[in-house]
Design a binder for this molecule. Structure first.
Ligand code: GLN
Length: 481
């Protein structure tokens, strides 16, 4: 049961092989049995069973949509009316949003079930899920290793089949890198494709929500529900939403796959390089052509991101001051003291580090030297992609420079942690869509992800390219449990 695709689950519900209540109970039991993974911050047993009863009525009435009755897990960054939204932080440990994020509202409207909210790095800052106030998440493939981050709870939940699919968010790689570490298909849509209303902001010019699933076909179904213009999000783009499942089977004859010379060089781990090259050879068999391209400014993407993202975060997180949301310190002398103690006690170390870097980069004396300079570099990085796409249709790279690492390996060295996003970050800086798909296992039997980057708003093209590979390989069907 737990290994069925979304389409098969929907079929089972339609044929009355099982009810939504049975299906929901089944996943709730699995969540209970695998609590050690710590994938969830909140499990909504009662609520999900109530939603299941309502979905069963829709199914009986013949009013089902593709996700009606399908249990899903949502990253704890999306506001859910009546259900805690913590963003992985002590600051919001007691926060219950009075409204649904647009994405949640859309999932509710299709009749899908919210099993609960998944664990994550605090305020989505991290690549290993080690910064969560709720403790680390274990990688189901090897419980001594990290699941990736920041959407590590969603990734672990789907990899361990505690939910058939989940949502995540990606500011610099937080969907794709955990998808890569946990053997999943994770898609970061183009900036503006999915509404960010009600999604707690980290770095607003980079944040996007997207699906994490077992296959491109499943991801397409989720993306269909998530996408679309929202007047409540001024960065959401009013552009037609295609049928993401329609073109999955398109032929890849003549597709040009660009290989950035800056990524395929001697710095690339030989084990990962050989898996990625095997995947690309598979694409050649499917009719694609490999072409060399250049992204000459890609080496600047990590430093550029680590000026811009903290700058935006320092501004976004100023709202958490004890006066409006969540945590407030118990004892204080005056208003200023209340702010200081609340923020000192409510935020973890990584969040404080980012706020300090961001406030510094934005300060009057350093604004030109750091923030403005980083903005200019961002434009160069995005221009690199525009030029590269004159020569190819999609760009391929590894998703991450290594497979899932051990707990503690990088937690004392922020720069080593930041470098894990070396292949993913430039995609957010440019606002392009990117997908990670499982392409093999390394010598330790850990999943390796292939990243494919598409042109603006060509998620359908990326899903097609991913799906064709999944039709001829079975890496995406491997499972640790
Ligand atoms: N790992 C990156 C960071 O720590 C990206 C996080 C994300 O995409 N939310 O900022």
């Amino acid at each position: 049961m737990h290994k069925k695709s979304l389409q098969k689950l929907a079929l089972g519900l339609a044929n009355k092989d099982f009810s939504t209540i049975e299906l929901t109970q089944y996943f709730l039991d699995r969540i209970e049995a695998h609590q050690d993974i710590n994938a969830f911050i909140t499990v909504d047993r009662e609520g999900s069973l109530q939603q299941a009863a309502a979905a069963d009525k829709l199914l009986s009435a013949g009013e089902a949509q593709p996700l009606t009755g399908i249990p899903l897990a949502h990253k704890d960054i999306f506001c859910t009316d009546g259900l805690r939204t913590s963003c992985g932080s002590k600051m919001l440990d007691n926060f219950i949003a009075p409204y649904d994020a647009t994405l949640i509202r859309k999932f509710r409207q299709t009749g899908s079930i919210i099993l609960g909210k998944t664990n994550m790095d605090e305020f989505a800052m991290g690549s290993s899920n080690e910064t969560s106030y709720y403790g680390r998440v274990l990688n189901p493939w090897n419980k001594e290793r990290v699941p990736g981050g920041s959407s590590g709870g969603s990734a672990a939940a789907v990899a361990a089949h505690l939910a058939p699919a989940a949502t995540g968010t990606d500011t610099g790689g937080s969907i794709r890198q955990p998808a890569s570490f946990c053997g999943l298909t994770g898609l970061k849509p183009s900036y503006g494709r999915v509404s960010r209303y009600g999604m707690i902001a980290f770095a607003s010019s980079l944040d996007q929500a997207g699906p994490m699933a077992h296959s491109a076909a499943d991801a397409a179904i989720l993306l269909q529900t998530m996408s679309g213009f929202d007047e409540r999000d001024s960065t959401s783009v009013d552009i037609a939403v295609p049928d993401f499942s329609e073109d999955l089977e398109n032929n890849l004859e003549g597709l040009k796959i660009g290989m950035p010379v800056e990524f395929f060089n001697d710095d690339l781990d030989p084990g990962i390089a050989s898996i990625i090259m095997n995947a690309l050879r598979e694409y050649e068999v499917l009719g694609a052509k490999l072409v060399d391209i250049s992204l000459p400014n890609s080496h600047l993407s990590v430093p550029c991101y680590y000026v811009l993202a903290p700058a935006e975060a320092s501004s976004n997180l100023s709202r958490f001051d004890g006066a409006r949301y969540g945590y407030r310190t118990a004892e204080y002398d005056d208003l200023l003291d209340m702010y200081k103690k609340t923020r000192a006690e409510g935020f973890g170390d990584e969040v404080k580090r980012r706020i300090m870097i961001g406030a510094y980069a934005l300060s009057a004396g350093y604004y030109d030297a750091y923030y403005l300079k980083a903005q200019k570099i961002r434009r160069l990085i995005s221009d690199d992609f525009t030029r590269a796409f004159e020569k190819c249709d999609v760009i391929a790279s590894p998703t991450a420079p290594e497979t899932a690492f051990r707990f503690g390996d990088k937690s004392d060295d922020p720069v080593a942690m930041y470098l894990n996003d070396i292949y993913t970050i430039s995609v957010n800086l440019a606002g392009l869509p990117g997908i990670s798909i499982p392409a093999g296992l390394d010598k330790n039997n850990l999943p390796v992800g292939l990243q494919l980057i598409g042109q603006y708003f060509d998620e359908a093209g990326l899903l097609n390219v991913a799906h064709r590979y999944q039709q001829v390989t079975d890496w995406h069907t491997l499972s640790p449990l």
